[in-house]
Design a protein around this ligand. Structure first.
Ligand SMILES: Nc1ncnc2c1ncn2[C@@H]1O[C@H](COP(=O)(O)OP(=O)(O)OP(=O)(O)O)[C@@H](O)[C@H]1O
Ligand SMILES: [Mg+2]
Length: 462
């Protein structure tokens, strides 16, 4: 659809020439000869850009500019001034005009100004839509729970989000939602336009972690062929989430403390201080106070990061959240697997409410995922609920199931073939679902299924 441009000018000839030119460029043009007519168009809001002469018979172009930026903040305004009144243009820019052009018109310049204003506005709109999407996906709205413990946490997240830089320490067992809460803090805060950066301190050896966080200058060490910016720099204006903070080495702990206190650091091999504006959110499921006693964690850093501790209680201590979370995950996996599961049966619900969820919400999520994927009907039956360590589909180190090697050994290839066959049978041949059950990619399952077909097609050799 053609973009609409409102032209406001009292001179008929000028309106006419602008219309000719802009229509020729593919725009649709609305005309207003004075402020009153323009005001009606503003009320309808039916244009994408306004081109306004500052001098109008019945009103001041500046007043019209103000009216537009108040009612239609996303619509760019280009002010038209006579050459002699460029001062007025400066005022217009200060009052929110996107650009100005001078009379007499250079049509080419005008076209460029119009195009740039429309493109920039569109880009801004896209960015803000993207932010809205991310907010909807990661904001507080996704944090499910009505237990007093969860309500307290949500309130805390709101308060923390409003405070610009406060460091936060998230505590809680594995799977309680520390990652999720860290994101919620970021996406509810004013930092939402800047990056959310995530690093797990256990995952990397010390020197790598250090260069990830602080970056380095060219030549800082043998492999430093070019300068590299670290996470703290890249996250400027945003949030850095440091998971498993308890696993950081004391040397790095000292460096982190300095970042928190001075909001500045040096790249490795660098001599210049780099200032950054970041919020650090740390998380751990280990006991930091014990680590302090053992001299494995710096006490000063602990005091610095634990100004606002947020403890997320384990799921077994908030059983009232279990049905809410279960329904939330049913909806989620209905969409993902194109199923139409309605609910849990009363008995199934009873089972999940009495279970103690050592893997917390993550475990509940996995259990519901499996039930939605494999359950036969629209209501999840108790048999669809597989609790405990025997559940297939391990997601974390701790949750891995145990397969016992038979006394006399076995043939691994046969076991694999057998499991692939079972997975395909159970999912009525749906390879995507079978892949999920076995922790395989689509390509892997396709390959294995083909191999299985070959095997079954071949007559036994002996
Ligand atoms: N209150 C909640 N509402 C909705 N989803 C939740 C909630 N709590 C946790 N989850 C979901 O449970 C899963 C595990 O959560 P998350 O990864 O945040 O846990 P964690 O505490 O960081 O675990 P770990 O210590 O193992 O890193 C995620 O899929 C998350 O979206
Ligand atoms: Mg986590």
């Amino acid at each position: 659809m053609a973009e609409r441009i409102l032209v406001v000018d009292d001179e008929k000839l000028i309106r006419w020439s602008l219309r000719e030119h802009l229509t020729g460029e593919g725009y649709e043009v609305l005309e207003a000869e004075n402020g009153a007519t323009a005001a009606r168009f503003v009320e309808e809001g039916a244009f994408d850009l306004a081109l306004i002469d500052v001098r109008l018979p019945d009103t001041d172009g500046m007043a019209l500019l103000t009216a537009i930026s108040e009612t239609l903040p996303d619509v760019p305004v280009i002010i038209v001034t006579a050459f002699s009144t460029v001062d007025g243009a400066v005022d217009a820019m200060k009052s929110g005009a996107f650009d100005y052009v001078t009379k007499p018109f250079n049509m080419e310049e005008l076209s460029i100004a119009v195009k740039r204003a429309l493109e920039t506005t569109q880009l801004r709109r896209k960015v803000s839509e993207q932010v809205d999407i991310e907010k909807a996906r990661f904001g507080l709205g996704n944090v499910i729970g009505k237990s007093p413990g969860m309500l307290r946490i949500k309130e805390l997240v709101e308060r923390i989000a409003q405070s610009e830089t406060t460091t936060v320490l998230l505590l809680g067992e594995s799977g309680t939602g520390k990652d999720m809460i860290a994101r919620a803090i970021h996406y509810e805060s004013n930092r939402v336009d800047a990056p959310f950066m995530n690093i797990t301190c256990t995952a990397l050896p010390e020197s790598l972690l250090e260069s990830e966080l602080f970056g380095y200058e060219k030549g800082a060490f043998t492999d430093a062929k070019t300068q590299k910016r670290g996470l703290f720099e890249l996250a400027d204006g945003g949030t850095v989430f440091m998971d498993e903070i308890g696993d950081m080495t004391p040397a790095l702990q000292a460096k982190l403390l300095r970042v928190l206190e001075d909001k500045a650091f040096k790249r490795i091999g660098g001599s210049k201080d780099i200032s950054v504006d970041i919020r650090v959110i740390a998380a751990t499921n280990s006991d930091l106070e014990k680590a302090i006693e053992k001299n494995a964690f710096r006490e000063d850093l602990y005091y610095r990061i634990s100004i606002v501790p947020v403890y997320i209680p384990p799921l077994r201590e908030r059983p009232e959240d279990i049905p809410l979370l279960a329904n939330h995950f049913i909806t989620l996996y209905n969409t993902e697997f194109r199923r139409s599961v309605q609910s849990l049966s009363a008995e199934a619900l009873d089972r999940i409410q009495r279970y103690d969820w050592p893997g917390n919400v993550r475990e509940l999520r996995n259990v519901i995922e499996r039930a939605v994927l494999l359950g036969a009907g629209d209501v999840i039956a108790p048999d669809d609920i597989q609790l405990g360590r025997s559940v297939l589909g391990p997601k974390t180190k701790q949750d891995r199931y145990v397969v016992r090697l038979p006394e006399n050994g076995c043939n691994l290839a046969d076991v694999e073939t057998d499991l692939v066959r079972q997975a395909l049978q159970r999912t009525n041949g749906n390879q995507t679902q079978a892949a999920k059950l076995l922790g395989l990619t689509r390509d892997q399952i396709r390959y294995k299924a083909a191999k299985l077909r070959d095997l079954e097609a071949k007559p036994p050799t002996s």
